[in-house]
Write a protein that binds this ligand. Structure first.
Ligand SMILES: Nc1nc2c(c(=O)[nH]1)N[C@H]1C(S)=C(S)[C@@H](COP(=O)(O)O)O[C@H]1N2
Ligand SMILES: [Mo]
Length: 390
């Protein structure tokens, strides 16, 4: 199929999407770029924080925009099979393939369950590939052209002739290119690590990954600049608000408590998940109850981190239902520093952001204390599925 008759051959689909869908390449590009930018916004923790209450809107744009785009593309490619038309450059064919992978893995992320693992790394790798394609494609117009035009303008000004305009299209392209390239370049290594880590590393086979000190598959978040280094000998867990007053536990005292293993699917709202992780520690509800916690009079429990910034909270009902663990081992090993050493909270059945790392404080009380991510619009009740999507 040649390219010149495409518009006519589009028929109904063409009329729905706009007759000049292909000619008006920019309409198509703008949609794709909006998807990439919202995707970066969802992927990057500092951007998620900056988005605050706008986050669900960004999420909706990304999810539904992606689905619409994907459906449009499938309809078009069926109608015009093979699409892109024969003769299209290899680079565009590859980009088309990447978009198909993104849509398929995006649907996989929405479906979740066992599809989530593979969908996460396919989505991350295809997104990284597509971003590279977009940037290369936008910069195909060589700067030589612009430089020649600038020289021409200077000459015209000197000779008193009217100056030719700047190639606005090229400037626009470069502007858009920078808009995509700068955040993408910053987050590309993270995307690749997420994709390749899951593809190559798979599930941990009992050992910590040497390079990062983090279990394969996990993305070790921190809202501060680094990972606190809390030696076991200096560690203290402070429990406040109890009728019997404040209590303090050393690592030895804490790990002498009755302990058990919970096997959970650790899931982050950003899409990655590590299935079947074993955490070992003491049951939060039993621990607090033994200290005299009055559940009805003190229905809120607040957790704070040794990083000095991260907090979260749970209600007594949530604790009774999800049975969180105060954990010090993961998959049979001491917690790595990046993942909350020496002690973290683990809330099975809730998104990862409830699982406070470097846990140094627990406070019980009458009133709600909003956690770090909740202040930015994430649900307090973060049971899996409460935050649909990617
Ligand atoms: N102190 C602290 N705890 C934290 C976070 C953080 O940034 N700081 N990130 C949370 C989020 S969003 C997730 S998904 C998990 C990540 O756990 P991991 O580092 O073991 O992968 O930790 C949670 N606990
Ligand atoms: Mo997370």
């Amino acid at each position: 199929m040649g390219t010149k008759n495409r518009e006519g051959e589009l028929g109904l689909v063409g009329r729905i999407l706009g007759r000049s869908f292909f000619q008006r390449h920019w309409r198509h590009a703008a949609l794709l770029i909006a998807l990439v930018l919202t995707g970066i916004g969802l992927f990057a923790a500092p951007l998620r924080a900056a988005l605050g209450p706008a986050l669900p809107v960004v999420q909706a744009v990304h999810t539904y925009g992606g689905l619409l785009y994907g459906l449009g593309l499938v309809v078009l490619s069926l109608r015009l099979f093979p699409w892109p038309p024969r003769g299209a450059r290899a680079m565009h064919r590859i980009a088309f393939g990447l978009v198909v992978l993104l849509v398929a893995s995006g649907i996989g992320l929405l479906v979740g369950g066992t599809l989530r693992g593979i969908s996460t790394w396919v989505h991350a790798l295809a997104a990284a590939g597509l971003v590279i394609y977009i940037v290369v494609h936008l910069y195909e117009e060589r700067p030589k052209q612009l430089l020649a035009r600038l020289r021409e303008r200077r000459r015209a000004a000197r000779d008193g002739r009217p100056q030719p305009g700047l190639p606005r299209r090229a400037l626009l392209r470069w502007g858009v290119g920078a808009l995509v390239a700068i955040p993408a370049a910053y987050y590309l290594p993270g995307m690749l690590r997420l994709g390749l880590g899951a593809a190559i590393g798979g599930r941990p086979s009992g050992g910590l990954s040497e390079a990062s000190g983090t279990l394969p598959g996990f993305v070790p978040y921190t809202i501060t600049n680094g990972f606190p280094d809390i030696p076991v000998s200096a560690y203290r867990l402070r429990v406040e608000g109890l009728p019997s007053g404040r209590r303090e536990f050393s690592f030895q005292e804490l790990t002498a408590q009755p302990a058990e293993t919970r096997r959970i699917d650790f899931t982050c709202v950003t899409g990655w998940a590590v299935d079947g992780v074993r955490f070992y520690g003491t049951d939060l509800q039993d621990f607090l109850t033994a200290l005299g916690w009055q559940r009805d009079a003190q229905p809120w429990v607040k957790f704070s981190s040794g990083d000095g910034a991260y907090t979260d909270s749970l209600t007594a009902q949530q604790i009774a239902r999800y049975r969180p663990l105060i954990a010090w081992r993961i998959d049979g090993l001491p917690l790595p520093r990046t993942q909350g050493a020496p002690v973290r909270l683990v809330v099975p059945g809730m998104y990862g952001y409830k699982s406070v790392k470097w846990l140094v404080g627990i406070g019980v009380g009458k009133n709600v204390v909003m956690g770090y991510w909740e202040q930015y619009g994430y649900p307090q009740n973060a049971y899996l599925g409460s935050y649909s999507g990617i």
